[in-house]
Design a protein around this ligand. Structure first.
Ligand code: PEP
Length: 255
């Protein structure tokens, strides 16, 4: 499969930003700007904004996603939200394993795998985040970290479900820092992730897998990153909070 057969995914990660009113305003501003996109467009919003986002996105090509969910279907997990609760709200996409969850909320490779299973089990698509820290990069451990994280995240995930899995390569040192990986470094990491998927599954699954880059992607650097042969879109934090900037990235992915 050549690269043009993979539909790029541009997903905004709004993190803990935007009120319900701000959510509606931003989605309404964004919708006409991305209506002709030739890629998938998603915004991943806080739990409390999901229904407001769904309302505002109705009739548009914007997919609304969540930023996390618990692996259990229900039970004594105060403060958590399950995958089936998300699908009940009409949500079809969820992020798991974001580095901020790994760093601040004790997310491990094993819980990322459990969450991924829950998301797929509920019928949703999933963006699974992986990436090395600055120390790991300096110590030349990037590929080892990616091998560990990708292998653990995909443990017991059948090949037939891989069409609902998107891997986001997000070097931790590039998230929210304004430091972007060079297009060559991002390409090398995404190519390696594709190689790993080939090892874990088969060549067909690897070629079909969608792999995003994330880490200070913006309207200026998006085109160069997105034209790399193994980069199939972006997971975007800061720049997704501005409609014109985010739509410019969607435009770059639509070329
Ligand atoms: C992210 O949070 O996934 C991210 C990539 O953030 P930023 O674009 O702000 O670096």
């Amino acid at each position: 499969m050549d690269r043009s057969k993979r539909t790029p995914v541009i997903a905004g990660n709004w993190k803990m930003n935007k009120s319900r009113t701000g959510t509606k305003l931003l989605i309404r501003e964004l919708a006409p700007l991305v209506s002709n996109a030739r890629c998938n467009v998603a915004v991943c919003v806080p739990f409390t904004d999901l229904d407001a986002a769904m309302d505002a996105a109705r009739g548009s090509n914007i997919i609304v996603g969540a930023q996390n969910c618990h692996w259990a279907d229900n039970g004594a997990f105060t403060g958590e939200v399950s995958a089936s609760m998300l699908t009940e709200t009409g949500i079809s996409l969820c992020v798991v394993g974001h580095s901020e969850r790994r760093q601040y909320f004790g997310e491990t490779d094993e819980t990322v795998n459990q969450r991924l299973k829950a998301v797929l089990g509920a019928g949703m698509a999933c963006i699974v985040c992986v990436g090395e820290t600055l120390d790991e990069r300096v110590m030349d451990k990037t590929l080892g970290v990616l091998r560990r994280q990708v292998t653990a995240a995909l443990k017991d995930i059948p090949a037939e479900e891989m069409n609902r899995v998107i891997i986001a390569y997000e070097p931790v040192w590039a998230i929210g820092t304004g430091k972007t990986a060079t297009a060559q470094d991002a390409q090398e990491a995404c190519k390696f992730i594709r190689f790993l998927i080939g090892e874990l599954y088969d060549a067909k699954t690897a070629e079909a897998a969608r792999i995003q880059y994330g880490g200070s992607m913006n309207a200026k650097n998006a085109a160069e990153l997105l034209e790399q042969p193994d980069i199939d879109g972006g997971l975007i934090g800061g720049a997704s909070l501005k409609a014109r900037e985010f739509s410019a990235i969607v435009g770059a992915a639509s070329k």
